[in-house]
Design a binder for this molecule. Structure first.
Ligand code: NI
Length: 197
């Protein structure tokens, strides 16, 4: 299968990168490990899904969700996080349907809905990719106190961004963050708790 091969290729490449860099301290930007979260986790936002349809945060009412921010040209953190979340969804089995997983691009200029759809086809199809106007992205990033900025890289640019995975419970309260540096079993236990298992 083409998709499975792509996922495996990601996995192998990321494993090598992770081994070379050492996993600790490389998944979060320096100084951003413990961002204070003071926004309302259930504050409203509107974005565009990878299939081009509009997505309203109203759809999340009464449902637990995980939300994180990134961009498809990200060389390491974002694909690692997407792969990890894909594994968790598989591990959750039929309980996975209770958990919404949202990946919001901080690079809407390049990450159009179509581009997101293509990129996310390498990961679990239940992951909702979200893009929008610069203002819509700013609005949702503000809710989660997520920082991001463009960094010139040769003829093009890359993005610095907060890599935290925020967990929001069914009542719209921040239930914590997923520590991706920790053991996968511990992360999965937190997700099971979040979906009420
Ligand atoms: Ni990233």
């Amino acid at each position: 299968m083409r998709l499975a091969r792509r996922a495996l290729a990601w996995s192998a490449a990321l494993g090598a990168v992770a081994a070379a860099l050492g996993m600790s301290g490389f998944l979060t930007l320096p100084g951003q490990e413990s961002l204070p979260f003071t926004g309302a986790a259930n504050a409203a936002f509107e974005l565009t899904r990878q299939d081009g349809s509009r997505f309203s945060s109203k759809l999340l009412a009464g449902r637990p969700f995980a939300i994180f921010f990134g961009f498809t040209n990200c060389p390491d953190v974002c694909p690692t996080t997407l792969l990890t979340m894909s594994n968790h969804l598989r591990s959750l089995g039929d309980k996975a349907d209770r958990l919404q997983v949202l990946f919001v691009t901080v690079d809407p200029e390049r990450d159009t809905a179509a581009h997101l759809a293509n990129y996310l086809s390498s990961f679990d199809p239940r992951i909702i990719g979200l893009t929008g106007s610069a203002e819509e992205i700013r609005n949702v990033a503000r809710i989660y106190r997520v920082n991001y900025r463009k960094v010139p890289a040769g003829q093009t640019y890359t993005m610095d961004h907060t890599a935290t995975v925020f967990l929001v419970d069914a009542r719209g309260r921040l239930a914590g963050t997923l520590e991706l540096e920790g053991a996968e079993a511990g992360q999965l236990a937190r997700l099971r708790k979040l979906v009420g298992e």
